[in-house]
Design a protein around this ligand. Structure first.
Ligand SMILES: [Fe+2]
Length: 282
């Protein structure tokens, strides 16, 4: 077993995305599955049903009629959207149930994950006129490997955070020294385990390989890396401010070419993040 697999095993032993949320992802990616299969899976967890109905009825979605059943929620919002709500809610619970310590705040990582999900979705929809549901999931889950490390080995995680300094070695190289693996490799194993689409798993695996390669801006990897760059500029960093973040030349050139659109996106982003954060925190 590789060091990454050992950490994943330890993480899953404690707590992971619930079985039902994972099953939902499998159904979304299975062409044979029906709306009914999806509803049946959600109904297995009455607490999830209640939570999902509360979330879809929140003012965030601005629906005029109250939704009182999962089938109606699926019909109005779509399976992918509902799955994304369930995953976001799970990540929120994972991070809010942990208390922070010096130099590390789980709430900050939560805000970073929301910011990334929202920014990815906005880039996909506004810049590339693509459906933003898949890349939203990519953003919300991209640092799941970090949560896995924190859960599986909190003491070494604490040392990692302590050693992370502006101008110092990158988080990935420190992780490789301390854990013989990194949160990108761990996130990739988890994404494959949850049967997320290959392009989404690859984006999670490559989200720190910044500054290298010729990455297509419209690919999930391109969108995720640009969102990481933008949200860092807006001070939504995952752990600490001032850690270096570089863009691959192809991504930097793309942003320069569309700078007016990205400027508007960056202006609108904080309000969108705040709205989403408030919905899950309430
Ligand atoms: Fe990361």
């Amino acid at each position: 077993m590789t060091p990454a697999e050992t950490l994943v095993k330890k993480f899953k032993k404690n707590r992971t995305l619930s079985h039902i949320v994972t099953r939902m992802a499998q159904l979304i990616n299975d062409d044979e599955s029906t709306l009914q299969d999806f509803e049946e899976v959600i109904r297995l967890d009455p607490a999830l049903v209640a939570r999902l109905l509360t979330l879809v009825n929140s003012s965030h979605f601005g629906l005029t009629r109250k939704i009182d059943s999962i089938s109606r929620a699926v019909a109005l919002l779509g399976m992918k959207n509902l799955h994304n709500i369930a995953v976001t809610d799970t990540i929120q619970h994972m991070l809010h149930s942990r208390s922070g310590f010096a130099e590390f705040s789980p709430q900050r990582l939560w805000l970073h994950s929301v910011a990334s999900g929202i920014c990815c979705k906005m880039i996909a929809e506004r810049i590339f006129t693509l459906n933003g549901d898949d890349v939203y999931l990519c953003g919300i889950l991209h640092d799941i490997g970090l949560i896995a490390i924190m859960e599986a080995d909190p003491e070494t995680f604490l040392r990692l955070i302590g050693q992370l300094q502006p101008g110092g070695p990158s988080i990935v190289s420190l992780e490789r020294q301390l854990f013989l693996t990194d949160h990108c490799a761990i996130g990739y194993i988890l994404a494959k385990d949850w049967r997320l689409p290959d392009a989404i798993a690859a984006a999670i695996r490559d989200h720190h390989s910044d500054g290298v390669g010729d990455i297509a801006p419209h690919s999930p990897t391109g969108i995720l890396q640009m969102s990481e760059y933008i949200i860092q500029q807006l001070h939504y960093s995952s752990i600490k401010e001032g850690l270096a973040k570089q863009l691959a030349p192809s991504l930097a050139a793309h942003i320069r070419k569309n700078v007016a659109e990205y400027r508007v996106l960056a202006e609108d982003l904080p309000e969108e993040i705040e709205k989403t954060k408030n919905m899950y925190d309430s």
